[in-house]
Write a protein that binds this ligand. Structure first.
Ligand SMILES: Cc1cc2nc3c(=O)[nH]c(=O)nc-3n(C[C@H](O)[C@H](O)[C@H](O)COP(=O)(O)OP(=O)(O)OC[C@H]3O[C@@H](n4cnc5c(N)ncnc54)[C@H](O)[C@@H]3O)c2cc1C
Length: 259
C-alpha cells in the first residue's frame, strides 16, 4: 500500500555548528491542522536523485508535538545525497515525507532514564525533554530522575547546550553531562567518552539505592531504570554492551541507530 506523502515547508533554519555543518530546521506541514507523533519518532523524507531514483532517508524529530510544525537536526555527510539536500534548503523550500515512524519512545510507566547521545543523536532527546518538561509549567517527570549524557568532539559542537543547561537549572530531577573527546586546553568541562559517564551514573545510583540485592534486575525495587541511546552504531553498541555487562536486561536499553 502506498504511504501517504506530506509536504514539509522550511520555516526556519540556523546553524548549530558551522564547523560540522549541522543545522536546526523548523518545518510546517501546511496541509495538516496538527502533525501528530510521539516524541522520539522520525520522519522519512523522500526525493528523486539525479538519475530519477527515489531516495528516502530517516530523520528523528527534534521536538515534541507542536501544532503542524516539527523540528529536525541534520548535519551534512560528505558526498551524501539527502543530508546535503536538506542542509541546502532555503526558507520557503519544501520536501516530501511520510511518517511519523519508529519505536524509539519513552517506555511506560515512566522510569528513571538515562538519555545517551552523540552528534545529531541528540534530536529525539529534545523531543523527550520538551515533552517531559514543557514550557507551560506542566511537569510530566515528577518522581523520576533523568540524565542527559551528550558526547561530541569539540566545544563548538555541543548542540543545544543552553537549552539542556537551563532545564538542569530549573529542574532538580534533570541532570546534564556533556563530554568532549577532542577538547581544547581551555575547555573546563568533562573530557572523554559518554560511556565513562554513563557507568558513573549507574554505579552511583546503584550505590544510592543499595537496598537493591543482587542480582539487580528491572524487577528489583530501586532498579527501575531505562537507557535511551541514539547515534552512530559504534557508540550505540558500546553503551548497550556496557549496560548489559553491568547487569541490565535487554528491555531496559532502548536504542536508535543512525547507520
Ligand atoms: C531512524 C534514523 C534516524 C535518523 N535521524 C537523523 C537525524 O536526526 N539527523 C541526521 O543528521 N541524520 C539522521 N539519520 C541519518 C540519515 O538518515 C542519513 O543516513 C544521513 O543524513 C546520510 O544520508 P545521505 O543521503 O546524506 O548520505 P548517503 O548518500 O546515504 O551516504 C553517503 C555516505 O555517508 C555514509 N553515511 C550514511 N549515513 C551517515 C551518517 N549518519 N553519518 C556519517 N556517515 C554516514 C554512508 O555510509 C555513505 O558512505 C537517521 C537515520 C536513521 C536510521
Amino acid at each position: 500500500m502506498a504511504r501517504q506523502l506530506f509536504t514539509a515547508r522550511l520555516a526556519n533554519k540556523y546553524y548549530l555548528s558551522e564547523r560540522t555543518q549541522c543545522f536546526h530546521l523548523t518545518f510546517v506541514v501546511d496541509e495538516l491542522g496538527s502533525f501528530d507523533f510521539i516524541p522520539g519518532q522520525f520522519v522519512s523524507t523522500t526525493a528523486e536523485d539525479k538519475s530519477g531514483k527515489m531516495q528516502t532517508r530517516a530523520y528523528s524529530i527534534a521536538s515534541a508535538p507542536r501544532g503542524n510544525q516539527f523540528d529536525l537536526c541534520v548535519n551534512r555527510v560528505e558526498s551524501g545525497f539527502f543530508s546535503n539536500l536538506v542542509c541546502d534548503m532555503e526558507v520557503g523550500d519544501t520536501v516530501s515525507f511520510h511518517g511519523p515512524h519508529g519505536l524509539f519512545l519513552l517506555r511506560q510507566p515512566l522510569t528513571d532514564s538515562i538519555f545517551i547521545a552523540t552528534g545529531t543523536g541528540v534530536a529525539p532527546m529534545l523531543g523527550f525533554a520538551q515533552h517531559l518538561f514543557p514550557e507551560d509549567g506542566r511537569n510530566f517527570s515528577e518522581g523520576r530522575e533523568f540524565w542527559m549524557v551528550y558526547g561530541t568532539r569539540w566545544e563548538t559542537e555541543v548542540y543545544y547546550q543552553d537549552y539542556f543547561q537551563s532545564l538542569a537549572a530549573k529542574h532538580t530531577n534533570f541532570h546534564y553531562v556533556a563530554t568532549l573527546s577532542r577538547a581544547s586546553e581551555d575547555w573546563k568541562g568533562n573530557r572523554g567518552y559518554v560511556q565513562e559517564y554513563v557507568r558513573r551514573i549507574v554505579e552511583e545510583r546503584v550505590g544510592r539505592n543499595h537496598a537493591a540485592p543482587t542480582p539487580t534486575t528491572s524487577e528489583t525495587p530501586g532498579f527501575d531504570i531505562h537507557a535511551y541511546i541514539c547515534g552512530l552504531n559504534e557508540m550505540v553498541s558500546g553503551n548497550r554492551d556496557q549496560l548489559l555487562a553491568l547487569g541490565w536486561e535487554k528491555k531496559q536499553v532502548v536504542f536508535e541507530r543512525y547507520d
